[in-house]
Design a protein around this ligand. Sequence first.
Ligand code: ZN
Length: 239
Amino acid sequence: MKLLATALFIALTASLTGAHHKSSEGKAGHHGMTQTKASQDKLTPNEALQRLKDGNARFVKGMSVNRDYIAQAKTTASGQYPFAIVLGCVDSRVPVEVVFDQGIGDIFTSRVAGNIAPEDVVGSMEFATAAAGSKVILVVGHTACGAVKGAIDNVKLSKLTGLLDQIQPAVKATDLHSGETKSSKHAEYVDRVAHNNVKMTMDRILKDSPVIADMVKSGKVVLAGGMYNLETGKVDFIN
Ligand SMILES: [Zn+2]
């Protein structure tokens, strides 16, 4: 029974990732080069996190890699071996692949307003790591986040209400400094709530997914957080 379950899991993994054993062609390990099974296997979780840090540093300096996207599309068509999954906000000013200078096949990306982690997002992270071999889960919030502002101001609107409710724990956990009121008019307060929201989202992922918690505990996966600055393009990493 256990063998059958394992076989099913492997088959599911292969069909979901489109993995083929032969697709180890393509040069890996270099900026702009396509991820392969070998390059993914070789990378440690900390090296994978460093790759995101290096990518953001290139972006900030205006030194992003000039990629041949259609060549990458063709190389990755037979299988994908991304080294990370990044959860970001839907904000149009934080395009994840761009701000971390990553190409096609490099990272999984999950985006939802306020970079929260409801069940399906956590499930996507389990897929990315346990099934598809990614080594990093990064939750990245950003300055002046509209979703965080909406939560602070108690905005109510159809389906958005339930989404913003999931940011409320971070609003409640954030102290007001002198001169501040619970209002999105206070930019530093908004950013402190966003920062706490990243940390609480990380906690929620560990709490909701024993699979991810185990991989983090055993050192197979690193869970990290970050705050993207809209003005500088820089991500400050939270450990
Ligand atoms: Zn946002």
